[in-house]
Design a protein around this ligand. Structure first.
Ligand SMILES: Nc1ncnc2c1ncn2[C@@H]1O[C@H](COP(=O)(O)OP(=O)(O)OP(=O)(O)O)[C@@H](O)[C@H]1O
Ligand SMILES: [Mg+2]
Length: 237
């Protein structure tokens, strides 16, 4: 199985404060991996390092076997990301925004734009200006933008933040479909019920360290649900 994302002894320190320590992850092609942890656990910091936005204090990130360094970020071309409410040009439509982004990638044509609009169920709203989009619509457009260049790894930091239950379910189904098509997905979330339903494997992070990691079905043995496991794991630390 191809390992798409690997972190080795990843560490990030801000001054004297250690935000992430000893994070070792290995995620294979087509896996949908859930990255859990309380507020301040270090999830976004880890994601920042995976995406080359933050430089690790120690350790390394490899994407498809290639290390990401400030000088060498080639492997990031295989990555799509949705890490905060994405910025779009407000006076352009959703479709026009995607066309603008498509110009960055030689092999993304107008057909691909229509394909992703369909995938995120934004076809009807695609002609409207982004200024008038709801939170959920912006989030879907963000997902469309993240997958436009057919990334092999999709990194999402709380992608269903601010979505209603219908939007959440739709995004969940989209992610499952993408993973089934072979896209590797690394997803941080606080929505344990959601994660339990779609993820193959999870890691629980607290105070920068991984406290539990494994297949969801395996971790849940003897536990009521992922929430019960999360509470038990975090209470122990
Ligand atoms: N640039 C920074 N300078 C100093 N401390 C930082 C910086 N970025 C993050 N931290 C600290 O590192 C810790 C981890 O933050 P991080 O944002 O990674 O947590 P998180 O798991 O994403 O939390 P949340 O669930 O709230 O999004 C926090 O204590 C945070 O205050
Ligand atoms: Mg965060």
């Amino acid at each position: 199985m191809t390992v798409v994302l690997q972190t080795r002894h990843l560490r990030k320190q801000f001054g004297d404060f250690v935000a992430v320590e000893h994070v070792d992850l290995s995620i294979s092609e087509g896996e949908l991996f859930g990255f859990l942890g309380p507020n301040g656990a270090g999830k976004t910091t880890t994601i920042g390092m995976i995406l080359g936005l933050l430089h690790p204090s120690a350790g390394r990130v490899e994407i498809l076997g290639e290390e990401i360094t400030p000088e060498h970020t080639d492997a990031l071309r295989h990555v799509g990301a949705l890490v905060s409410t994405p910025g779009f040009v407000p006076y352009l439509s959703g479709r026009e925004n995607l066309h603008l982004l498509a110009r960055l990638y030689p092999d993304v044509d107008r057909g691909r734009v229509e394909e992703v609009l369909k995938l995120v169920a934004l076809q009807e709203a695609a002609a409207r200006k982004v200024r008038g989009y709801s939170t959920g619509m912006k989030q879907r457009l963000g997902l469309a933008a993240a997958i436009l260049h057919r990334p092999r790894l999709l990194v999402l930091d709380e992608p269903t933040n601010g979505l209603d239950p219908i939007g959440m379910k739709e995004i969940r189904e989209m992610l499952r479909t993408l993973a089934d098509e072979g896209v590797t997905i690394f997803l941080s979330s606080h929505l344990l019920h959601e994660v339990e339903q779609i993820c193959d494997r999870v890691a629980i992070l607290d105070r920068g360290r991984i406290l539990a990691e494994g297949e969801v079905s395996h971790l849940l043995q003897g536990k009521r649900d992922l929430e019960a496991l999360f509470m038990a794991v975090v209470a122990q630390s």
